[in-house]
Design a protein around this ligand. Structure first.
Ligand code: SF4
Length: 218
């Protein structure tokens, strides 16, 4: 079986276009180019990490996020900012950089309070097409890394819209949650095993960095 590391965003990229995934992550023929939006997103994540973990005051242009983040800080429990987790293929916790890692993820803000955990994912983009499935994967990794956790409250926090998309999970749902990833992972395994990476053209092709793809449009 192919040996690779996946994350939610990598699996999502693969699902949208296996060829693009191959060109960027396997062959590495192209590199992802940051955009003003992705640079802004990284800067906001860093500012909130510094504010929550080290109480470093928010810069003027990020003060608009203070009230909502202060509400998160009030939640009781141990707080972990930009918390890195990884699992081996048998879903055992391992170090983020372990040679036998299989899946990895970073939680923007994880709060663990006894048998309850809170997972917050900061979003600086639009809330028009929210994708809460990434929270499910983070919850699965949290259950593995924190065996005492039974209930998880999670949410996508759309900072620019001041909106919150909540999700709830229970340890009893672990098996059912993993099942939701089985099909795309089986396809990804098959692509690695057979070295087959099919192009999936879409209106997004015009933003794709794979300029020599036959479906690329300027
Ligand atoms: S141009 Fe379109 S079809 Fe080609 S790799 Fe990029 S996303 Fe896939």
């Amino acid at each position: 079986m192919a040996n690779y590391t996946w994350s939610y965003s990598a699996l999502s990229e693969y699902t949208k276009c296996p060829k693009k995934y191959y060109e960027l992550k396997v062959a590495k023929n192209y590199v992802f180019q940051d955009t003003p939006q992705t640079i802004y997103g990284k800067e906001v994540h860093k500012a909130l990490e510094d504010y929550v973990r080290d109480k470093i005051e928010l810069a003027k242009n990020y003060e608009r996020f203070k009230d909502v983040v202060d509400e998160l800080i009030k939640i009781p429990g141990d707080k972990y900012c930009e918390y890195e987790m990884a699992l081996t293929r048998d879903k055992t916790p391992c170090a983020f950089d372990a040679d036998n890692r299989w899946v990895r993820g970073i939680v923007d803000l994880l709060i663990v309070d006894g048998d309850t955990a809170f997972i917050i994912d900061y979003k600086t983009g639009s809330n028009r097409y929210p994708d809460p499935k990434q929270l499910r994967l983070m919850a699965l990794m949290t259950y593995a890394h924190f065996p005492q956790v039974i209930k998880i409250k999670a949410g996508l926090l759309f900072l620019m819209k001041n909106s919150f998309l909540p999700e709830e999970y229970h340890r009893s749902g672990i098996e059912a949650s993993w099942k939701q990833f089985e099909q795309p992972l089986a396809r990804l395994d098959n692509s690695y095993d057979t070295n087959t990476w099919i192009a999936n053209p879409s209106p997004l092709c015009k933003y794709c960095p794979v300029k020599d793809c036959e479906f690329h449009k300027e």
